[in-house]
Design a protein around this ligand. Structure first.
Ligand code: SF4
Length: 441
């Protein structure tokens, strides 16, 4: 195969930079594997090693500092047929260390080349995560306070299925890179090199010293048997293909006429466990069944079964540019928690607003019209009050009418749930049609 180097953009680094050796070794690895540029995606980090993708005629992606593995993972999972090779310096390694740990645990079939030259070369020679404590660097004494990161040990401890730490000056660098690319899983190759532009201006580092240091550490290169496991993309596809497909949202047909041509803003003030959000969805579906535009904004605490639960809906014949309610048409006051969270809205409401107030729930002073509904007298548990309030609205012709609510229920619920919800709604409508269950506050 021909070289994949980009003839119009030859590698340009400082004289003697170790990165250029790696560019040429990577090109030879691609040639040995017989790869075409269309079969490769080079994903580069920031820094001098971040220039790699510009030197090759392959697919390429250049992203934010330290995030190279996030992009590479996404690309490989979407396009498993590509050979994805990520390049990163020791600067990006420190910045994006958590992504490295995740990639080691995950074992996606991609190759990470970490070009470790012990400093941030591109920005002036500041210390990085791998700078030795005694090195002289542009960031003063800071590296003396940190322990340098041993990438090999960390990656193996994090679960890397393939790990190699090698000198960029070693003979056969291209074969070492090729072996990592051919590995079916996440392969990390740390390539130790020299940055004459910055690092070796103040520190003595030669290929011989690099070899000695590697020998002293005694790391074992290649597959890590204790970390062997299924390749993530393959396993993901196996598992996902055995899952039930996710339900696709179905469109609701606009077959009804709305109750009114005016925009209606509804706020449901309830508590966790009262199905406030579900009631909001039903109200929205009811509006859509009549061809209206709808927005729904929910507000609830992080807690379950405790705290306020609020749904704000705008139902409009025209498009809704901004989903904010200043003056509601209707407030459903169903629980003290929700009322307390939005107490100010009662003070700003006037007679154009209707408050449907659950009996027993106090509300602040208001000029709004108030309709009290005794849900307990209707033999309803608090968890059904929000749905029941919709029935109250439909029965009294407030915002929606009954066919709109019925269309929403039929769209939202199926089987037993549909039967159950219809029973609740029918019960309310029956009883509301009877005497004195509601009154003005
Ligand atoms: S600053 Fe260092 S790493 Fe960057 S090109 Fe120059 S020698 Fe190479």
């Amino acid at each position: 195969m021909d070289s994949l180097l980009n003839k119009s953009r030859p590698p340009v680094f400082c004289p003697g930079c170790g990165h250029e050796i790696v560019v040429r070794a990577l090109d030879r690895a691609f040639q040995n594997m017989g790869l075409d540029g269309n079969q490769i995606c080079l994903v580069s980090d920031i820094g001098c090693s971040g220039l790699f993708d510009t030197f090759f005629n392959t697919h390429a992606f250049h992203g934010l500092h330290g995030r190279v593995l996030t992009y590479a993972t996404g690309i490989k999972l979407c396009r498993p047929e590509l050979h994805v090779v990520a390049t990163m310096g020791d600067g990006g390694l420190g910045i994006g260390g958590a992504h490295l740990l995740a990639a080691c645990r995950r074992n996606v079939n991609l190759t990470l080349l970490v070009l470790n030259n012990f400093n941030f070369g591109m920005t002036g020679g500041q210390c990085s995560a791998t700078t030795p404590s005694q090195a002289e660097v542009a960031s003063g004494f800071l590296n003396r306070l940190d322990k340098p990161l041993d990438l090999h040990s960390v990656a193996v401890a994090a679960g890397a299925a393939y790990m190699a730490s090698i000198s960029g000056y070693r003979k056969g660098l291209n074969r070492a890179i090729e072996e990592a690319i051919r590995f079916d899983g996440f392969a990390v190759v740390e390539i130790l090199g020299i940055c004459p532009g910055r690092y070796t201006r103040r520190n003595k580092l030669t290929p011989k010293v690099i070899e000695e240091e590697l020998a002293e550490k005694g790391h074992k290169n290649g597959p890590v048997p204790s970390n062997a496991g299924p390749e993530y993309g393959w396993a993901y596809r196996q598992l996902s293909s055995s899952q039930e497909p996710a339900e696709t949202p179905t469109a609701i047909e606009a077959v009804l006429k709305p109750l009114t041509a005016a925009r209606q803003d509804v706020i449901i003030l309830g508590a966790a466990g009262q199905q406030v959000i579900t009631a909001g969805r039903l109200l929205g579906l009811a509006a859509m069944a009549a061809g209206l535009h709808v927005t729904q904004k929910n507000d609830y605490d992080i807690t379950v079964l405790r705290g306020p639960s609020i749904a704000e809906l705008i139902l409009s014949p025209g498009e809704i540019d901004y989903p904010e309610i200043d003056k509601p048409s209707v407030i459903l006051a169903l629980a003290a928690e929700g009322v307390a969270r939005r107490k100010n809205i009662f003070g700003s409401a006037d007679e154009s607003t209707l408050v449907i107030q659950a009996s027993g729930v106090s509300i602040p002073e208001t000029k709004a019209r108030v309709q009290v509904v005794d849900f307990m007298a209707l033999d309803l548990k608090a968890q059904d009050w929000a749905l029941a309030a919709l029935a109250v609205m439909a029965e009294s012709g407030t915002v929606i009418h009954k066919p709109m609510l019925q269309a929403a229920i039929a769209h939202r619920f199926k089987g037993k749930a549909l039967v159950g919800i219809r029973e609740v709604i029918d019960k309310i409508i029956d009883r509301l049609s009877g005497p004195t269950q509601t009154g003005s506050g």
